[in-house]
Ligand binder design. Structure first.
Ligand code: NAG
Ligand code: NAG
Length: 244
């Protein structure tokens, strides 16, 4: 599983040894059937309250990736960072979730220099009870341009956005609660109304669903013979993050 790259300078200052990456509940699907790819995702997270303070990195995200996870991981992130190191600015940056639109992956044409790409618009979320709707969309299938947005699910206010060329066949999707030596989550989270658009029909896609570390979900359903899939709800309870 790929993941959000740490802010290494901050991590190295704080820690003499390598950071331990552990995981809360995960729900995922994939790969899609041969010749079928993911072309859009719309999903709303209700992230609950962040811990009062954060000793490491705590990131809830939904991501899409290629078959062997060597391409771009498109991931909109609800994150909390080491005190003083938040990607967001503002006086509440250590106590409110920071919403960002990110890609962990490669520059166009590169096969080895992985980097964490972060959109320039990032917003602290003072109203997490509203929910945050992430949209990932292949807006140009010729250039393979993907646009992500994150919006307040009640007001529609744009919280984060990023556009990147990602010339990969996206065939996997998963939610994650990623913990980098973190102060662990204190609130249960839900993902609601996850809508996954495919390039063609894959009637068996729903059967690929898997869960780990106590995550649960409603069954994936399709009203168009497998071209569009919806999962009404994913429950992410508060559990101790575990190693991969
Ligand atoms: C994705 O982008 C295309 C082209 O701009 C648009 O027609 C479509 O409605 C978008 N889909 C979603 C789910 O945003
Ligand atoms: C679920 O998401 C889809 C796609 O964004 C949208 O068309 C639909 O109205 C949503 N349904 C609910 C119950 O929110």
């Amino acid at each position: 599983m790929q993941y959000k790259q740490l802010n290494w300078s901050a991590a190295l200052l704080a820690l003499p040894f390598a950071t331990a990456q552990t995981w809360g509940p995960v729900v995922g699907l994939g790969p899609t059937a041969d010749g079928v790819t993911i072309t859009s995702v719309v999903a709303t997270i209700y992230p609950g309250a962040p811990p009062a303070s954060q000793a490491g990195g705590l990131y809830s995200w939904i991501g899409i990736d290629n078959e062997d996870e060597t391409g771009d991981l498109i991931q909109g992130i609800v994150g909390q960072y080491i005190a003083g190191e938040s990607e967001c600015q503002g006086t509440n940056r250590d106590t409110e979730w920071c919403i960002s639109a990110e890609v962990y992956g490669l520059a166009v044409g590169s096969t080895e220099d992985y980097a964490q790409y972060v959109g320039t618009k990032l917003t602290l979320d003072a109203t997490p009870a509203h929910g945050i709707t992430f949209t990932y969309n292949l807006t140009d299938s010729t250039t393979k341009s993907w646009t992500q947005t994150a919006r307040d699910a009640v007001t529609g206010t744009l919280l984060a956005t990023f556009t990147k060329i990602s010339d990969y066949d996206f065939v996997r999707i998963n939610t994650a609660v990623e913990c980098a030596d973190c102060t662990a989550p204190i609130s249960a989270q839900t993902w609601q109304n996850i809508t996954i658009g495919l390039s063609g029909a894959d009637a068996a896609f729903g059967k690929t669903i898997f869960q780990s570390n106590s995550a649960t979900n409603t069954a994936p359903v399709t009203a168009d013979k497998g071209k569009t899939w919806t999962i009404a709800k994913i429950n992410v309870p508060v559990v101790t993050p575990i190693a991969d």
